[in-house]
Design a protein around this ligand. Structure first.
Ligand code: DON
Length: 566
């Protein structure tokens, strides 16, 4: 590997930024690529994916390379120490579909009550960031399964660009520089985080400077040379477990050795003639999305004015129902029984639909127990890929919060997740302060915590039509829902569908969150009995639409965003 990548990556960056600016500009009309595209939060990573496609790789090769690149260039969410979901559609294999579940797992020494204090309440310190909230990471194993089962190129070819980015450096932009500066307090608490992401004199990288990540390059080299074993066994595993143990963590060598990613059968639904492929548990995304679309199918949504209070009200009622059922039924199906066919059937949702009042908000309490949940920003990341053969990949992965637990085991250079957050932390206790204590998602050793990540592929006439997904905690499912209805019901092009301001309702708290451009609707919504709160933005839905043989990127600029293609 020659050390010319810094300059090459700078040139590539300038090119892709220019392309994505051009793509985003309304004057440019509706831009498209003729062959293939990668859309992610980060132009450097999108470009890595496209270079892999040009080397003869397929969409899965490009996705794996993009995912590893994001672990270097987008450290808030791109990761080796977290987990996620990859939905795959293989045109090459007569439309075979797969959902790779590489969600983190609870360590073998975890217990259902591990985050409670002596009074039986959730301990804010233990359950925040730090060593105890780390789940056993899944990303490297997930990418290995994707690459070796569905990729065309060899493993080393797809890992190599990330090794080069970490070792030779990449140019920091203003988004990354600002984001790291905002972590300065946490860097004092977790010194290895500060050591890795600041310069030797503890100053921050400014936009335009080159960041080299030597420890991360070393870890990536182990993965490059030895595949998944390079991460879950040997020196990386030793440094990781020893570093965690020193800080009070509980992940063992055995946890790492036992970790496996699961290839799952996607859940399938239909919506107005389109086929929806979603991720089954341990993600709640696919089931909840299909349920909400089943409900909306009973309304002539497309005839309603998109930004009208009545439309927002209907969408919010739909979301409330989806999130109520999510809290009630869903957890890791390797541990709990979930009747998937029933939950995604058209019959299941009918009685809920019949109770919706278009003139007045339903009280969330009437639907069930009182539950309040967290919202999310953009600290997860989603990317979409289509290749020249019509294969598609929709990938969402995360460290949970931005920069996860803030823990980096000395000498490894990669951040660990704080995904244990996503379990129900206080068994049986569901209260108005934010706890869900329902059974399906309680902590058990080896179990995967329930996720809202919703990587989605929508087929038209059996072929990929829309590839989408988003970060945003629980807002993810609703962001995806709105991108889908914007395209299918409101006939928007994919860029407009992504740009369109969003709303969010998650059953509890009983309120509609709206992005700022929708603020003017607040009085009308309040008149319908809805409580309304304004948020700056939700999500970051990096999407692709295929129409008439052309590939249209939907670049979400709420964080940054970059499309590359040819
Ligand atoms: O898996 C989940 O549902 C969450 N851990 C995702 C977290 C997230 O999206 C945070 N911010 N955007």
């Amino acid at each position: 590997m020659k050390k010319i990548f810094s300059l090459a990556s700078l040139i590539a960056l300038l090119f892709v930024v220019a392309v994505s600016r051009h793509l985003a500009s309304p004057e440019a009309g509706v831009p498209s690529f003729p062959n293939a595209a990668v859309v992610s939060v980060d132009p450097i990573a999108s470009n890595v994916g496209v270079e892999i496609l040009k080397k003869g790789g397929n969409a899965v090769d490009a996705a794996v390379a993009t995912g590893f690149a994001l672990a270097v260039t987008h450290p808030t969410a791109g990761n080796l120490g977290g987990g996620g979901f990859m939905m795959i559609y293989m045109a090459d294999r007569v439309g075979q579909v797969a959902g790779i579940d590489y969600r983190e797992k609870a360590p073998e020494r975890s217990t259902a009550r591990m985050f409670l204090d002596e009074r039986g309440e959730v301990d804010a310190v233990k359950s925040g960031v730090g060593y105890l909230v780390i789940g056993v990471p899944g990303t490297v194993r997930g990418f290995w399964e994707a690459s070796t089962r569905y990729g065309k190129l060899d493993w080393k070819t797809v890992v190599e660009p990330a090794v080069k980015l970490a070792r030779d450096g990449f140019v920091v932009d203003s988004v990354l520089s600002r984001s790291l500066k905002a972590q300065s307090g946490r860097m004092e608490e977790y010194p290895e985080f500060g050591r890795v992401y600041r310069k030797a004199d503890k100053s921050f990288y400014e936009p335009g400077e080159t960041m080299k990540l030597a420890d991360l390059a070393w870890t990536l080299e182990q993965i490059y040379a030895r595949g998944w074993q390079g991460f879950y066994e040997g020196e990386v595993a030793r440094r990781l477990t020893e570093g965690l143990k020193a800080g009070g963590g509980i992940i063992t060598l055995n946890d790492l050795a036992k970790y496996e990613a699961k290839v799952r059968t996607p859940v399938r639904g239909t919506y107005r003639g389109y086929e929806i492929l979603g991720m089954p548990p341990s993600s709640s995304g696919g089931i909840t999305l299909i349920q909400m679309l089943n409900l909306l199918e009973g309304f002539d949504l497309g005839s309603m004015p998109r930004r009208d209070a009545g439309t927002i009200h209907l969408l919010a009622e739909t979301m409330r129902i989806g999130f109520y059922n999510r809290a009630k039924y869903l957890g890791d199906t390797d541990f709990v029984h979930v009747d998937l066919p029933k939950l995604i059937s058209k019959e299941f949702i009918r009685p809920f639909r019949d109770k919706i009042n278009l003139q007045h908000a339903t009280a969330s309490k009437e639907l069930g127990a009182d539950i309040i949940t967290r919202e999310g920003g953009s600290e997860t990341t989603h990317f979409s890929v289509i290749d020249g053969q019509g294969n598609a990949v929709s990938n969402t992965y995360t460290l949970e919060q931005g920069y996860g637990s803030r823990v980096i085991a000395p000498g490894t250079g990669f951040l660990l997740n704080n995904e244990m957050h996503d379990f129900n932390m206080n068994p049986g206790v569901t209260d108005t302060k934010g706890l869900i204590g329902t059974t399906p998602n309680l902590i058990q050793p080896g179990k995967r915590m329930l996720s809202a990540m919703t990587p989605t592929i929508i087929l038209k006439d059996g072929k990929p039509y829309l590839v989408t997904g988003s970060p945003g905690g629980r807002t993810i499912i609703n962001t995806v829902l709105q991108v889908v209805v914007n395209v299918i019901d409101f006939k928007m092009d994919v860029q407009a569908a992504v740009d369109e301001p969003r709303i969010h309702h998650q059953w509890m708290p009983d309120q509609i969150e709206i992005e700022r451009p929708l603020e003017g609707n607040a009085p009308s919504l309040q008149a319908l009995g809805d409580r309304v709160r304004t948020q700056a933005t939700f999500g970051d839905a990096q999407s692709i639409l295929v129409k008439d043989g052309k590939i249209y990127p939907g670049v979400d600029h709420r964080t940054r965003g970059g499309a590359a293609g040819y």
